[in-house]
Design a binder for this molecule. Structure first.
Ligand code: ADP
Length: 579
């Protein structure tokens, strides 16, 4: 029982009880004694009054010897000292002494008082019997004159003897009350401390990681609330911990099973988390606690981190680590002030893409020479054959033209996809470029009976662009607009939108279904194969447009509704941007 709260409560109660008991005893004894003396004094006075007529009769008859005998008898019987004095204070009779040897009592305070006609009282030492005594004296009157005094007195020692048994009783009762009080205090302190101890034990258990700990709900008072709140808290902690554990396990298994390398850096560039792939790629057993530059020496990685630090959003870049090439994608986590970097090995993918590109390029090159020869001979043949055969030769020519166009487009696409492709940027006035190209479509507009409109905001700034490629963009978009529009208009407009120049080509043609809108920029994707073939399309036009726009750091959007027309919007940055 070493709990300090218990000791404090118990010790305080014990001290209080003992102090109260002492206080009671110290202050109760004089009060009880005083009360006892008062009662005795009254009894003595009554005794005096009872004896008064008898004493008076002895005084009147001047039978002093008889009076003395009477007084001695009475005094013995009632264990009380009795004294009778005359009006001058001379002792006439005394139950304890011979009155003849006793001095005059006139100036004894109680007798002096009685001789004045009042009842007198005194508590003092008796020189006659040599002891403390309680005296009560009353006057004896005859016809208005005081002829004597009768005095009854008791030994204080006797009074104290009587009192001492009362005292013993009081002390015993007080001791019993204190003992019961102490027992109560012990039980009370224990019951007060028990919930505290239980709570402390429960917290210790929780601190040691045992979240199954529960507090008993047997308490009736506020502790019941505390106990149920504690239990609710551990329950909540258990479910949170289980949740966190399962999420951690989930995250761990995702990180472990990832083929990509994942690194999390703090704001200083220290690695705080890595997955097994990252450790394998970087050939380290542990990466955590290292700064990234201590374990990754690739310049691309440092550039990516620096860019992310500045831009705070997300960015990507190519990183060469030894023989291999990685695509690094970096995201900034503002809440934690951390950077997440994922490295995907694109070595094989890039090699494959290169092989594919080379293959397309080679095939296109190889096919173009014989095709040009076929085309040349077919043209010669067309001028020499008769009308019957001309249709065949013209069909050959039409298909050859289509093949040449496809090959040209494929060659252009391959060139655009080459990572080393550099744009031949010049300052281009897009307004005059478009106006110049629109002339090529005037005849087509007249043939198809379509209105061709051009709207350009005045004072549009020139942009830095590759003029040849930009022409391809404008031609492909306007060409498509004419191909897929039978009536209405084709409208080309130019405007400044923030930091971009917006080129819009809108038509009132057949439009596009929602699912086709997503796919028309894929190479060789055509909505209606037979219509496209008839119109000389190959599904490469928009793919080329998207590539060129991308190379210029721009974007392309399409807004179209089936049967209502389409609107292609190209946004090109006004200031030079790196791709
Ligand atoms: P194509 O040479 O077949 O026109 P594109 O890549 O230029 O190839 O276009 C892909 C497909 O997108 C087309 O086959 C056509 O179905 C659709 N398309 C392109 N432009 C328009 C347009 N202005 N209106 C309706 N459909 C269009």
């Amino acid at each position: 029982m070493k709990g300090s709260i218990f000791l404090k409560v118990f010790a305080t109660t014990v001290v209080l009880l003992i102090l109260l008991a002492l206080f009671f005893l110290i202050f109760s004894f004089p009060t009880i004694r005083a009360h006892y003396l008062r009662t005795l004094a009254r009894d003595l006075e009554n005794l005096g009054r009872v004896l008064q007529p008898t004493v008076l009769s002895y005084l009147e008859g001047e039978k002093f010897d008889e009076l003395d005998r009477f007084v001695k008898n009475q005094g013995r019987e009632i264990r009380t000292r009795l004294t009778v004095v005359d009006g001058t204070g001379k002792v006439l009779a005394d139950s304890e002494e011979d009155p003849a040897v006793m001095e005059n009592h006139r100036f004894r305070p109680e007798i002096f008082e009685a001789l004045q006609g009042r009842s007198g009282q005194a508590l003092r030492y008796s020189s006659t019997v040599k002891e403390d005594m309680l005296y009560v004296a009353i006057p004896i009157e005859r016809e208005g004159a005081i002829i004597g005094v009768i005095r009854a007195s008791l030994f204080i020692s006797e009074i104290d003897l009587l009192l001492s048994s009362t005292k013993r009783d009081i002390v015993t009762a007080t001791a019993m009350i204190v003992a019961i009080g102490l027992l109560g205090a012990y039980v009370f302190s224990r019951s007060l401390v028990r919930p505290f101890r239980e709570l402390a034990t429960a917290f210790r258990e929780v601190g040691a990681g045992n979240l199954q700990t529960k507090m008993s709900l047997r308490f009736k008072d506020e502790w019941k609330d505390v106990a149920s709140s504690f239990n609710a808290m551990t329950e909540q902690m258990r479910s949170l911990l289980a949740d966190v554990r399962s999420r951690k396990e989930e995250l761990d298994s995702i990180l472990t099973s990832m083929r990509e390398a994942l690194l999390v850096l703090d704001k200083a560039g220290k690695i705080v988390l890595s997955n097994p792939s990252a450790r394998r790629i970087l050939g380290q057993d542990t990466l955590e606690e290292n700064f990234y530059w201590q374990v990754i020496r690739a310049a691309g990685f440092a550039e990516l981190v620096e860019r992310l630090r500045k831009e705070k959003g997300s960015c990507a870049g190519e990183i060469n680590l030894g023989e291999r090439t990685y695509f690094g994608s970096a995201t900034f986590l503002p809440a934690q002030d951390r950077m997440v970097i994922v490295l995907t090995d694109v070595t094989e993918m890039q090699a494959l893409a290169r092989v594919k590109r080379d293959l397309v390029l080679n095939i296109s090159h190889e096919l173009r020479t014989p095709l040009t020869a076929i085309k040349g001979f077919a043209e010669t043949l067309a001028s020499e054959v008769g009308d019957n055969q001309r249709t065949y030769v013209e069909t050959i020519l039409r298909h050859t033209d289509r093949l040449v166009r496809i090959l040209d487009n494929l060659l252009l696409l391959s060139r655009l996809e080459e990572p080393s492709t550099e744009l031949e940027r010049k300052s281009v006035d897009v307004g005059s470029l478009v106006a110049h190209l629109l002339k090529l479509f005037e005849t087509k507009a007249q043939e198809k009976n379509l209105v061709l409109r051009f709207e350009a905001e005045p004072d549009l700034p020139a942009i830095e662009a590759d003029p040849f490629l930009l022409e391809q963009v404008v031609i492909n978009l306007i060409d498509n607009a004419f191909k897929y529009t039978e009536r209405g208009e084709v409208r080309v407009s130019l405007a400044k939108k923030g930091h971009y120049l917006m080129l819009e080509v809108a038509d009132t043609g057949i439009g596009l279904a929602e699912e086709d809108k997503q796919r028309i920029f894929e190479r060789f994707y055509v909505v209606d194969k037979s219509r496209s073939r008839k119109l000389g399309g190959s599904g490469l036009g928009l793919s080329i447009v998207k590539h060129i726009v991308g190379l210029h750091g721009g974007t392309i959007e399409v807004d179209s509704r089936l049967g209502e027309g389409s609107k292609f919007s190209v946004f090109l940055p006004l200031s030079l941007s790196r791709r």
